[in-house]
Design a binder for this molecule. Structure first.
Ligand code: PRP
Length: 181
């Protein structure tokens, strides 16, 4: 990786490592849902759109995709973990086999809110799939499919952003601390 952006310190996960883990996750999902008619993948915007695009193109079982967007109340300094829906699903998920697809679980409060919210709509089954996990204070919701654990530093790339920058990098990198301090 010779052309690392000046904001970045080091690459944590290369494109090859990420893509081969996504293939493994896809094979596991195909196995788990082999007997079902179809699966509904719900991508949580914005961060998950890159992972969802790669995962869904890798999956060789019938599936459809939908999206939700949620936001925490207040800024990060004052947020109490309360979450609200900004954009909801296009279709009901009653009796569907649903997988929530996230880029990252950090504190866990977004995933917990989504899990409760979607469970309430009576899907046939509900699982979670996240490519990255950080510290995760709340562990009520199981991470059924997990790609990688990340160190508790500011990471960008492959869906993860800093003020909406660096999100579309094909790798995950650590942001230099002077960029956000
Ligand atoms: C990120 C990520 C998750 C959430 C995880 O989204 O995509 O949805 O934070 O954090 P938590 O586990 O602490 O709740 P973000 O709010 O940064 O929005 P974005 O995906 O649009 O960048």
């Amino acid at each position: 990786m010779t052309n690392l952006h000046p904001d970045l310190d080091r690459v944590i996960l290369s494109p090859d490592v990420i893509q081969s883990r996504i293939k493994e996750i896809a094979r596991q999902i195909e196995k788990d849902y082999a007997d079902e008619e179809r699966v509904v993948l719900i991508g949580i915007l914005k961060g998950a759109f890159i992972f969802l695009a790669d995962l869904s193109r890798e999956l060789q079982i019938p599936h459809m995709v939908d999206f939700m967007s949620v936001s925490s109340y207040g800024d990060t300094a004052t947020s109490n973990g309360a979450v609200r829906v900004i954009l909801d699903l296009r279709k009901p998920i009653k009796n569907e086999h649903v997988i929530i697809v996230e880029d990252i679980v950090d504190t866990g409060s977004t995933l917990e809110y989504l899990y409760r919210n979607l469970k309430w709509r009576n899907p046939a089954s509900l699982r979670t799939c996240t490519l990255f996990q950080k510290k995760r204070e709340s562990k009520e919701v199981p991470l059924d499919y997990l790609g990688f654990e990340l160190p508790d530093v500011w990471v960008v790339g492959y869906g993860l952003d800093y003020a909406d920058t660096h999100r579309t990098l094909p790798y995950v990198a650590e942001l230099k601390s002077e960029v956000y301090e």
